[in-house]
Design a protein around this ligand. Structure first.
Ligand code: HEC
Ligand code: HEC
Ligand code: HEC
Ligand code: HEC
Ligand code: HEC
Ligand code: HEC
Ligand code: HEC
Ligand code: HEC
Ligand code: HEC
Ligand code: HEC
Length: 375
C-alpha cells in the first residue's frame, strides 16, 4: 500500500490549515487535496478541491467523486453496511484529515493535537505514525467504510466514546494491542476492567497534556469517581497528595495488579516499604501486626487522628491487648491519675499519648532489652 507517510508534525498542521481553507468543500466531499503535498502546494490546490476531483483513493466509493453540488445524490449511494469493516483507507491520515480539520474540532477537542504527542513520532517504529504503520487507523481501526460517502459516521469507526456501538473491550483492544506490557499485564484482573472502564476513562490522547500522568493533576482524574478518597486526602493527617507531592500511582497501579486494591507492589507492606524503608527491619524484636499489615493501625489515605492512625491509643492498642495488667485500662476519669497524685492502678498508663509514651517502639525494636517495645 502506498501509505504516503510524509507527515512531520508542523507540516501536518500546515496541511490542516490548508484543508481548512478549502472548507466547507472539503467536508462535503471525499476528494481532498493531495494531502502529502508540501504546504504551499496544498494551499494552492485548495480551490481545486471545490471542483470535482477524481479521487485516487480506493476507499472512496463511486459516490465520492461526486461534486459538492450533487450532494443530495448521497442517499442514492450504495448502502454502506453497518459496522466497522476490515478495510483500511489507502492514504491513511491524509484521508482522515481531509474531513477532520480544525473546523470540525469541537470545544476541548483538537484532531491535530495528536501530532504533539509521542504517538505521532515518526522515528518510533512502534508508534502509530512510525514508518509504515497505520496512523490514525492504528487506534481508530479500519476506516475505509467510515470514509465512504453516505456511511453512518458514528457506527463505522471506533470513537472510544461511551456512546460507541463497540463494547468497551473492543474499544480498548487497539490500545492493549500495543500496550499490554508488564505494567498492564494484569489489566483483565483489575477492578477497572471488571467495572467496564475504558483506557479513555482516564487518558486524553488528542492532547499535549494528559492530566492523569501529571503529578499535580492526576488525583483529580481519580476523584471524579472516587469521592471517598477525595475526602480522606483532605483530612488533617494525610499523605501529601493534595499538595501535589505524591500521586495515587505511588501506591496503586491503576491498570490493575494481582495484589489487593490494585497496589503497585505485591503486599500492603511492600508498598509502604518502598518509601518508609526503615520500617522494614530486620528487627530484633518485631511487633506482630507491623510485620503483618500496616493498615491494621494506619489508614493509608488519611485520618483525622495524628500519624494516619485508625484509632488513637489506648483504643488502638486495646483492640488487641486486653489481657490482665495495664494494657486494658480504659481512658476514663477513674483510669486517669488523681489530682492528689495518689493515682489508681491504671492511672499513669493513660496520660497524654498513653501507651506510646512508654512503648515508643511500636514498630519494633533493635535494643537488646526492647522486647516490650519500650526502647
Ligand atoms: C468523508 C469525510 C470523512 C472522512 C474521510 C473521515 N471522516 Fe470521520 N467523521 C466524519 C463525519 C461527518 C463525522 C461525524 C461528526 C459528527 O457527527 O459529530 C465523523 C466522525 C468521526 C469520529 C467520531 C465518531 C463518533 O461516534 O462520534 C471519529 C473518531 C472519526 N470520524 C475518525 C475518522 C478517521 C480515523 C478517519 C480516517 C480513517 C476519518 N474519520 C475519515 C467525516 C469523515
Ligand atoms: C493513539 C491513538 C489515536 C490516534 C493515533 C488517533 N486518535 Fe483520534 N482519538 C483517540 C481517542 C482515544 C479518542 C477519544 C477522545 C480522546 O481521548 O481524546 C479520539 C477521538 C477522535 C475523534 C472524535 C473527537 C470527538 O470528540 O468528536 C476524531 C474525529 C479523531 N479522533 C480523529 C483522528 C484522526 C483524524 C487521527 C489521525 C490524524 C487520529 N484521530 C489519531 C485516539 C487516537
Ligand atoms: C501502534 C501502537 C500504539 C497504539 C495503537 C497505541 N499506542 Fe500508546 N504509545 C505507543 C508508543 C510507541 C508510545 C511511546 C511511548 C512508549 O514507548 O511507551 C505510546 C505512548 C503512550 C502513552 C504515554 C505517552 C507519553 O507521552 O509518554 C499513553 C498514555 C498511551 N500511549 C496510551 C494509549 C492508549 C490509551 C491507546 C488507545 C487509544 C494507545 N496508546 C494506542 C504505541 C501505541
Ligand atoms: C483508572 C485510570 C486509568 C485507566 C483506566 C488507564 N490508565 Fe493508563 N495510566 C494511568 C496513570 C495514573 C498513569 C501514570 C502512571 C505513572 O505515573 O506511573 C498511566 C500511564 C499510562 C501509560 C504510560 C506509562 C506506562 O505505564 O507505560 C500508558 C502507555 C498507559 N497508561 C496506557 C493505558 C492503556 C492502554 C489503558 C487501557 C487498557 C489505560 N492506560 C487505562 C491511569 C489509567
Ligand atoms: C470512571 C470512573 C473511575 C475513574 C476515573 C477511576 N476509577 Fe478507580 N475504580 C472505579 C470503579 C467503578 C471501581 C470498582 C468499585 C470500587 O471499588 O469503588 C474502582 C476501583 C478502584 C480501586 C480498588 C481496586 C480493588 O481491587 O478494590 C482502586 C485502588 C482504584 N480504583 C484506583 C483508582 C485510581 C488511582 C484512579 C486514578 C488514576 C482511578 N481509580 C480512577 C472507577 C474509576
Ligand atoms: C500511601 C499509599 C497510597 C496512596 C498514595 C493512595 N492509596 Fe489508595 N489504598 C492504599 C492501600 C494500602 C489500600 C488498601 C487498604 C486496605 O487494604 O484496607 C488502598 C485502597 C484504595 C481503594 C479501595 C478502597 C476500598 O475501600 O476498598 C481505592 C478506591 C483507592 N485506594 C483509591 C486511591 C486513590 C484515588 C488515590 C489517589 C487520590 C489513592 N488511593 C492513593 C494506599 C494508597
Ligand atoms: C511514595 C512514597 C510513600 C509511600 C509508598 C508511602 N508513604 Fe507514608 N509518607 C510519605 C510521605 C512523603 C509522608 C509525609 C511526610 C511528611 O508529611 O513530613 C508520609 C507520611 C506517612 C505517615 C505519617 C507521618 C506523620 O507523622 O504524620 C504514616 C503513618 C505513613 N506515611 C504510613 C504509610 C503507610 C502505612 C504506607 C503504605 C500503605 C505508606 N506510608 C506509603 C511517603 C510515602
Ligand atoms: C500496632 C499499630 C501500628 C502498626 C501495625 C504500624 N504502625 Fe506506624 N505508627 C503507629 C503509631 C501508634 C504511630 C505514632 C507513633 C508516635 O506516637 O510517635 C505510628 C507512626 C508511624 C509513622 C510516623 C512516625 C515514624 O515513626 O516515622 C510512620 C511513617 C509509620 N508509622 C509507618 C508505618 C508503616 C510503614 C507500617 C507498616 C510496616 C506501620 N507504620 C505499622 C502504629 C502502628
Ligand atoms: C492488631 C493487633 C494489635 C494491635 C492493634 C497492637 N498490638 Fe501489640 N501485639 C500484638 C501481638 C499479636 C503481639 C505479640 C504477642 C505475643 O507475642 O505474645 C503484640 C505484642 C506487643 C508487645 C510486646 C508484648 C510481649 O509480651 O512481648 C507490646 C509491648 C505491645 N504489643 C504494645 C502495643 C501497643 C503499645 C499498641 C498500640 C500502639 C499495640 N501493641 C497494638 C497485636 C497488636
Ligand atoms: C508508664 C509507662 C507505660 C505505659 C503508659 C504503658 N505501658 Fe505497657 N508496659 C510498660 C512496662 C514497663 C512493661 C513491661 C512490664 C513487665 O515487663 O513486667 C509493659 C508491658 C506491656 C505489655 C506486655 C504484657 C506484659 O504484661 O508484659 C503490653 C501488651 C503492654 N505493656 C501494653 C500496653 C498498652 C496497650 C498500653 C496503653 C493502654 C500500655 N502498655 C501503656 C509500661 C507502660
Amino acid at each position: 500500500m502506498n501509505r504516503a507517510i510524509r507527515w512531520a508534525a508542523p507540516l501536518a498542521l500546515a496541511v490542516v490549515l490548508a484543508v481548512t481553507l478549502a472548507h466547507p468543500a472539503a467536508m462535503a466531499q471525499t476528494g481532498a487535496p493531495e494531502g502529502g503535498a508540501s504546504a504551499p502546494q496544498a494551499a494552492a490546490s485548495a480551490p481545486a478541491a471545490s471542483a470535482p476531483a477524481p479521487s485516487a483513493s480506493a476507499a472512496s466509493a463511486p459516490a465520492a467523486s461526486a461534486s459538492a453540488a450533487s450532494a443530495p445524490a448521497e442517499a442514492a449511494a450504495p448502502a454502506v453496511p453497518p459496522g466497522q469493516g476490515t478495510e483500511y483507507t489507502e492514504k491513511g491520515a491524509d484521508t482522515c484529515l481531509s474531513c477532520h480539520d480544525s473546523e470540525s474540532d469541537s470545544a476541548g477537542f483538537s484532531t491535530a493535537a495528536i501530532f504533539k504527542t509521542r504517538h505521532a513520532q515518526r522515528g518510533d517504529p512502534h508508534a502509530p505514525f512510525g514508518k509504515g504503520n497505520l496512523q490514525c487507523e492504528a487506534c481508530h481501526g479500519p476506516g475505509a467504510r467510515h470514509a465512504t460517502k453516505g456511511s453512518n459516521k458514528k457506527s463505522t469507526i471506533n470513537s472510544f466514546k461511551p456512546t460507541s456501538f463497540l463494547t468497551v473491550q473492543q474499544r480498548n483492544q487497539p490500545c492493549l494491542g500495543c500496550h499490554q506490557d508488564s505494567v498492564r499485564n494484569a489489566w483483565h484482573v483489575g477492578a477497572h476492567d471488571r467495572n467496564q472502564l475504558g483506557c479513555t476513562s482516564c487518558h486524553k490522547l488528542h492532547s499535549e497534556r494528559d492530566a492523569v500522568r501529571e503529578k499535580t493533576a492526576q488525583a483529580d482524574v481519580c476523584y471524579a469517581c472516587h469521592k471517598q478518597e477525595r475526602a480522606d486526602f483532605q483530612k488533617t493527617s494525610a499523605h501529601p497528595v493534595r499538595f501535589g507531592l505524591m500521586t495515587c500511582s505511588a501506591c496503586h497501579n491503576a491498570h490493575g495488579s494481582s495484589s489487593t486494591a490494585m497496589l503497585a507492589k505485591s503486599t500492603v507492606n511492600q508498598t509502604c516499604y518502598s518509601c518508609h524503608a526503615e520500617k522494614r527491619g530486620p528487627l530484633l524484636w518485631e511487633h506482630a501486626p507491623v510485620v503483618e499489615d500496616c493498615t491494621l493501625c494506619h489508614s493509608p489515605h488519611g485520618s483525622v487522628r495524628r500519624a494516619l492512625l485508625n484509632k488513637s491509643p489506648p483504643l488502638l492498642c486495646q483492640q488487641c491487648h486486653s489481657q490482665a495488667g495495664h494494657p486494658p485500662v480504659a481512658r476514663t476519669p477513674s483510669g486517669l491519675p488523681s489530682v492528689a497524685g495518689g493515682g489508681g492502678a491504671g492511672a499513669v498508663y493513660m496520660v497524654a499519648g498513653s501507651c506510646t509514651n512508654c512503648h515508643t517502639q511500636v514498630h519494633g525494636s533493635n535494643h537488646p532489652s526492647g522486647a516490650k517495645l519500650l526502647r
